[in-house]
Design a protein around this ligand. Structure first.
Ligand code: NAP
Length: 335
């Protein structure tokens, strides 16, 4: 089979190649999935660079998310039940950028025929993170402000639409002025343009002028660095910020006194950790909720373009380029 691979971590555009390797065989409890499409997410690119939470065992194939058809099972009840079904593949080890992949049957989710292949390829990671952070962890009340960074990302746009639906207000921080109008069109209540070279105290002042001088109660940050640190500074009494991404590759930096004075909290959020502590009923109800919210567009991902695996270097270049809106997909096979 054909698989995208890298021999050692490095710049995705330089190290990724398409190779012919042996098709894997599913072990007991695993399924063999014929992959259809897989998105190029920031976590995949970090994995290739050697900067993700999980280190690659090289040579390795990236791809944590995607959609495919279960071809066969290595044995076990779930695997047999899923045979022939179209499933979202949540591959914790990476490996979805290939014609076939083996994963534990517990890491595939049958996807409703209501959803297109593109929607199914981006079914879980971002939609579940948007829902869980705002509705299960922070439980942002109606009429309250939620401050978010990297608001122009696929996930940031889901949060804006979710805010409209659930009744919380979003204060959105983006680094490019061009994105602001688009986000207002999606229902953003307020947009601030800020990049890492600007004065962080000025950002804190601008945030307080919108949310009130008592400070922010709810925030989520995917950037870190100067931007994320400014959000920490803007938190009010008992305010909470979830740190869920490292897009700037820079650490958060603030005095402990910032937290001490107002009793604010900075918490890490990783969907994998959150889900590993949840039972089957919660997971089933989450899948139902996501299916409904994706089909109505609230948690849908816009797709910018799709590439064949042979074009992997162009595809990762496009994924890292700021001038487009929406996800870049790898089109591995047709249904
Ligand atoms: N913790 C979790 O469980 C979890 C789950 C899902 C996603 N995430 C994280 O969520 C974030 C968004 O994911 P996504 O798939 O929605 O991303 P995406 O659609 O690929 O968009 C990436 C966004 O990041 C922005 N960005 C990149 N570098 C930046 C920087 N240095 N400063 C400010 N903004 C920057 C880009 O802004 P431009 O438009 O200006 O280029 C773009 O809007 C990622 O960090 C991802 O790892 C975390």
């Amino acid at each position: 089979m054909k698989a995208v691979r890298f021999q050692s971590p490095g710049s995705p555009e330089q190290v990724l190649t398409l190779e012919s390797i042996e098709t894997p065989r599913p072990a007991h409890g695993e399924v063999l999935v014929r992959m259809l499409q897989s998105p190029i997410n920031p976590s995949d690119l970090m994995f290739v660079r050697g900067k993700y939470t999980i280190a690659a065992e090289c040579p390795a194939t990236p791809g944590f998310e995607g959609v495919g058809i279960v071809e066969s099972s290595g044995g076990g009840l779930k695997g047999r039940l899923f045979q022939g079904k179209r499933v979202a593949v949540l591959n914790k080890r990476g490996g979805n950028w290939a014609e076939y992949v083996t994963v534990p049957a517990s890491q595939v989710i049958p996807v409703s025929s209501q959803l297109t292949t593109e929607q199914a390829a981006t079914f879980f990671v971002n939609p579940a993170t948007a829902w869980v952070m705002t509705q299960e962890v922070l439980r942002v009340p109606r009429q309250e402000w939620l401050v978010q960074t990297a608001a122009g990302s696929a996930l940031g746009r889901m949060i804006i639409r979710l805010g409209r639906l659930q009744g919380f207000k979003t204060l959105n921080i983006v680094r490019r002025a061009e994105v602001a109008e688009e986000l207002r069109g999606l229902g953003a209540d307020h947009v601030e343009v800020f990049d890492e070279r600007m004065d962080s105290q000025e950002l804190v002042r601008r945030i307080h002028s919108v949310t009130g001088s008592a400070g922010v109660q709810y925030a989520i940050d995917a950037v870190g660095g100067v931007t994320g640190s400014a959000i920490v500074e803007s938190l009010g009494i008992n305010g909470r910020m979830l740190a869920y991404g490292t897009l700037s590759n820079e650490p958060l930096s603030f005095s402990p006194r910032t937290l001490m004075t107002v009793g604010s909290q900075v918490e890490g959020f990783w969907l994998g950790n959150f889900m590993s502590k949840r039972g089957l009923l919660f997971k089933l109800s989450l899948v139902r909720k996501l299916t409904q919210l994706i089909s109505t567009g609230v948690l849908g991902s816009e797709v910018a373009s799709s590439f064949a695996p042979e074009q992997i270097r162009e595809a990762v270049k496009a994924a890292e380029d700021s001038s487009h809106t929406g996800k870049i997909l790898l089109r591995i096979a047709s249904a």
